[in-house]
Design a protein around this ligand. Sequence first.
Ligand SMILES: Nc1nc2c(c(=O)[nH]1)N[C@H]1C(S)=C(S)[C@@H](COP(=O)(O)OP(=O)(O)OC[C@H]3O[C@@H](n4cnc5c(N)ncnc54)[C@H](O)[C@@H]3O)O[C@H]1N2
Ligand code: MOO
Length: 400
Amino acid sequence: MNEAPIAWDEAVVAVHAAGRAAAAPAQALPLAECDGLTLAEPLVSLTDLPAFATSSVDGYALRGPGPWRLAGRILAGQTAPPISDGVAFEIATGAMVPAGTGHVLRVEESTLDGEVVSGTPRPLPEWREPGDEAHKGDELLPAGTPVTPAVIGMAAACGYDTVSVRRAPRTALLVFGDELRTAGLPGDGQVRDALGPQLPGWLRRLGADPLPGLSPRGPIEDTLEAHVSALKDALEQADLVCTTGGTMHGPVDHLHPALAALGARYVVNTVAVRPGFPMLVAELPGGKFVAGLPGNPQSAIVALMSLVEPLIAGLTGRAVPRRDTVTLGAPVPGRGGYTHLALVRIEDDGLAYPLAHSASAMLRGLARSDGFAVIVPGAQGDAGAVVPLVPLPIFFGARP
Ligand SMILES: Nc1nc2c(c(=O)[nH]1)N[C@H]1C(S)=C(S)[C@@H](COP(=O)(O)OP(=O)(O)OC[C@H]3O[C@@H](n4cnc5c(N)ncnc54)[C@H](O)[C@@H]3O)O[C@H]1N2
Ligand code: MOO
């Protein structure tokens, strides 16, 4: 219970390593099923790209000095015949350039008189040579690359039908707290559950696969028995179970005793970060994980980005999440020996400003935020300082 909190940056590395050691096996999946998954092996070109000399323009393939006699037409998709001196083939953009072609003359820079083509070809080739983009065997992308639509397009272009990927970790979300209402207005000691509805969306954006029926489940009754049984059930289906609330040691905080009852080993138990320090990740027998997110809503999201993001990265074979930097537009206080993850919004001047209503129990600042500025232990975030940013996984076009 009184374990010293681990430094924030060390916690990130520790959970990533634990996830990496338990990563899902590689599997070959059809391209259409790979969006959002992770390459398990380097993407190596299966062919020269382009695979044949490809015309970049509509015009005429020519050989030797002009004028040229029109001998036929080559459309995209057809195999080009060889070409001989004094001959022209009408050729389409994307069509195969005949072996022996000296020039491709653009249609708009040519004249066709009966069957005679004339004009002055441009000096530079108007076609792409085999291997211009890639040679067979070239490594195009390393293992661990997240599969985006562009990666799928690249894989298709160089001949893949399936790619070797690691699947998204299946997640469950258990919400703890007898004070939580799942509908209607808060009041009389009860609050709306603000984490059950938002965490599955964040988890999906971080590359996880939230299980239907378990995303969320709760509120789970505030008894140890109910906690143990809910965790057991969820762990049967999920690779990673996230929980909210109950990370402290209050009279109805049952997470730690429940983890002990299940034989869990802490990977990280409390982190020197504000807010959110009671966050934890534990590994269960069988290589499954529980991430304990504190109940205060903003603290839960700090824990998500501090521990769950790198854990998912490890489980899928991705690198430790990269942190870009931002320049602060206004001062952000440090938190002594703790790392401060401070909600910021990047305004039109390109600078990151702290947000009002950013206390750990609040969501108003989070709802307008681009991410958390990182103020390292012992430092102050002065205006003009360049600091790391933990970006929230929102599309730029969708920022609030
Ligand atoms: N004696 C001490 N008490 C507390 C300390 C401390 O150092 N000493 N730390 C505080 C900090 S910091 C945090 S964070 C919380 C963490 O507590 P738990 O993870 O055990 O969370 P709960 O006690 O269950 O809830 C805390 C708070 O958050 C509200 N909550 C919980 N779940 C939800 C939800 N799904 N949606 C909206 N709000 C939620 C809950 O009602 C409480 O207000 O401990 C402090 N205590
Ligand atoms: O650190 Mo608690 O997680 O501030 O609210």
